[in-house]
Design a protein. Structure first.
Length: 157
């Protein structure tokens, strides 16, 4: 450093210009709004599909097979009678007294739907992990929710 010139540190700068301050706050505000929007979208992205599965599982637990079959939207190769053989009171997944949604995700191969993983239990209320004997009897089932019409089915292989 040449003799006689004063040393100016990074913190010794003069007052910030008002335009510079406004620009900095504006950019920070926009970044915060984008961050919050992205976080909100991430947590709410499968809300309608989760609600459809929740209504379906509530109908199954209430043993309202007509309503559950309507939500499932059976197709010609899978009748309501077939549906009841899976979800009815004496069906493959019975008895179902409570449930808990585990996850919702688009399959790695892509597709037009969402796979919702539901844990079902023969006990009400849903057993806590501390209740080892009851909790160990829970089963997981994956349900495919078609985004276009919210119809349900089993996930494609």
């Amino acid at each position: 450093m040449p003799q006689g010139e004063p040393f100016v540190g990074i913190l010794d700068a003069g007052p910030e210009e008002p335009k510079s301050k406004a620009l900095r706050y504006g950019i920070s505000g926009v970044a915060l709004v984008l961050l919050l929007s992205g976080a909100t979208w991430y947590f709410l992205r499968y809300t309608s599909e989760k609600h459809t599965v929740e209504h379906f599982m509530d109908a199954v637990i209430a043993n309202d097979m007509d309503k559950a079959c309507q939500i499932w939207h059976t197709h010609p190769g899978f009748s309501c009678q077939d549906f009841v053989s899976f979800w009815g009171p004496t069906g493959y997944y019975s008895p179902i007294k409570s449930f808990r949604m585990e996850s919702a995700e688009v399959p790695p191969k892509g597709g037009s739907g969402v796979v919702i993983t539901v844990e079902i239990s023969a006990y009400a209320p849903f057993p806590k992990p501390e209740e080892t004997v009851k909790f160990a009897q829970n089963r997981e089932v994956q349900i495919w929710v078609e985004r276009s019409d919210q119809s349900l089915s089993f996930p494609p292989p």
